[in-house]
Design a binder for this molecule. Structure first.
Ligand code: IPM
Ligand code: MG
Length: 353
C-alpha cells in the first residue's frame, strides 16, 4: 500500500525517537511491500525559533496532504517563560483541534519482564491492561480563557456539550465491546456542572451498549483506585484534563512514561500518533531516550490509519521480544541490569520485526 506520513519531530528527545520510528516504518515497508513517503514539518519550540509560530501554516498544509501524522514531542526550558506570548504546547493543541481529533487512545499494560522492579508491588501489576480514552479537543483546554500576562487574575473554563461527550463515550463503549466489556467513566460530578452533564450523557449512551458494564468514579477517587486495583480496569473514559493527569499516573504501572503510545483519532481513518512522554530535555541528545512509546505509536498508526493490523502486531511483538530478551533503556533498567542506548534498543526491535 502507498501512504504519506507527516513527520513532526518537535523538540528535546522528539527527533531522536521519531528518527528511529521512521527507520522502523521504512523497514516494515520494505519487508511487507509498502510504499511509505515521509514528509517532515516543524512544530513546537523549533517552529517558534524558525518561523515565530508553534504550528506554521506549512505544517498544517503538509498534514492535510497526508494519511497520518507521526509526532515526537514539543516544549522545553528554552520556551518555558510563563510570560511569553506563545508556548510550544499551543502548536500541539492547535494541531489536535484543527483536525478534530477528539478521541485520544492511550493503552497502558504491564510487561512481565518489568513488573519486578516497578515502584508498585508486583502482585498488583499482574495482567494490567487498560485503555484510556481521553477527550482531546474540548473541556478546560479549549474553553473560554483570559490570559492576563503577569496580571493578578486569569481564568480557564471547563465546558462540555452533550454531542462532545456522546462522541467520545461512543468510542469508549465500542472499544470496551472489543475488549473485556467494562467501562469506567471518570468525572467530578459532585462539584462541577460540566461533569454532571458528562455523567448524565455517559449514562444515556450506555443504553445502546447494555453488554458493557459501566462504573463511574470521581477523579480524586480514580487516582487512588488506579494504584490500588489497576488490574480491575478495562477501558477508562475521561475528559481532556483528567485524562491527561490519569494517563501520566498510569505510566507508573507500565514502568516508565517512555513506554506509552497514543493515537488521536476522529471518525475517519486519519490520526495523529505520538508517545505520551514529553521532550525530556534533561536527557535529550544523549542516546538515553526510550523509543518504545514512539514505536508503539507507529504501530497504532499502521493499525488505525492504514489498516495494517499484521504489521502493527509485528512491531508490538518485536518490542515484547526485545524486553523479554532483557534489553532495557536506562529508564526501565532495574538494579544490576545493563542499559542500552536508544539506537541499540531500536536496532534490537528492528531485527526482531
Ligand atoms: C499530553 C501532554 C500535552 C497535553 C501537552 C504537551 C500540551 O501533556 O499529550 O499528555 O496536556 O495534552
Ligand atoms: Mg500529558
Amino acid at each position: 500500500m502507498k501512504a504519506t506520513i507527516a513527520v513532526l519531530p518537535g523538540d528535546g528527545i522528539g527527533p531522536e525517537v521519531v528518527g528511529q520510528a521512521t527507520d522502523l516504518l521504512s523497514h516494515i515497508a520494505a519487508k511487507y511491500g509498502h510504499d511509505f513517503e515521509f514528509v517532515e514539518g516543524l512544530i513546537g519550540g523549533i517552529a517558534i525559533d524558525e518561523t515565530g509560530a508553534p504550528l506554521p501554516p506549512a505544517t498544517v498544509a503538509l498534514c492535510e496532504a497526508s494519511d497520518a501524522i507521526l509526532l515526537g514531542a514539543v516544549g522545553g526550558p528554552k520556551w518555558a517563560d510563563p510570560t511569553a506570548s506563545v508556548q510550544p504546547e499551543r502548536g500541539l493543541l492547535e494541531l489536535r483541534q484543527h483536525f478534530g481529533l477528539f478521541a485520544n487512545l492511550r493503552p497502558v499494560k504491564t510487561y512481565p519482564a518489568l513488573v519486578d522492579h516497578a515502584p508498585l508491588r508486583a502482585d498488583l501489576l499482574r495482567d494490567v491492561d487498560i485503555l484510556f480514552v481521553r477527550e482531546l479537543v474540548s473541556g478546560i483546554y479549549f474553553g473560554a480563557r483570559q490570559e492576563q500576562g503577569d496580571g493578578d487574575d486569569s481564568y480557564d473554563t471547563m465546558r462540555y456539550s452533550r454531542d462532545e461527550v456522546e462522541q467520545v463515550a461512543n468510542v469508549a463503549f465500542r472499544a470496551a465491546q472489543g475488549r473485556r466489556k467494562k467501562l469506567c467513566s471518570v468525572d467530578k460530578a459532585n462539584v462541577l456542572a460540566s461533569m454532571r452533564l458528562w455523567r448524565r450523557t455517559v449514562v444515556e449512551v450506555h443504553e445502546e451498549y447494555d453488554d458493557v458494564e459501566l462504573e463511574h468514579l470521581l477523579v480524586d477517587a480514580a487516582t487512588m483506585h488506579l494504584l490500588t486495583r489497576p488490574g480491575s480496569f478495562d477501558v477508562i473514559v475521561a475528559g481532556n484534563m483528567f485524562g491527561d493527569i490519569l494517563s501520566d499516573e498510569a505510566s507508573v504501572l507500565a514502568g516508565s512514561l517512555g513506554m506509552l503510545p497514543s493515537a488521536s483519532l476522529r471518525a475517519d481513518s486519519f490520526g495523529l500518533y505520538e508517545p505520551v512522554h514529553g521532550t525530556a530535555p534533561d536527557i535529550a541528545g544523549q542516546g538515553l531516550a526510550n523509543p518504545i512509546g514512539m514505536f508503539l505509536s507507529a504501530a497504532m498508526l499502521l493499525r488505525y490509519s492504514l489498516g495494517l493490523e499484521g504489521e502493527a502486531r509485528a512491531i508490538e511483538a518485536a518490542v515484547d521480544d526485545a524486553l523479554a530478551a532483557g534489553l532495557r533503556t536506562a529508564d526501565i533498567a532495574g538494579a544490576g541490569e545493563k542499559a542500552v542506548s536508544t539506537r541499540d534498543f531500536a536496532a534490537a526491535v528492528k531485527s526482531r520485526v
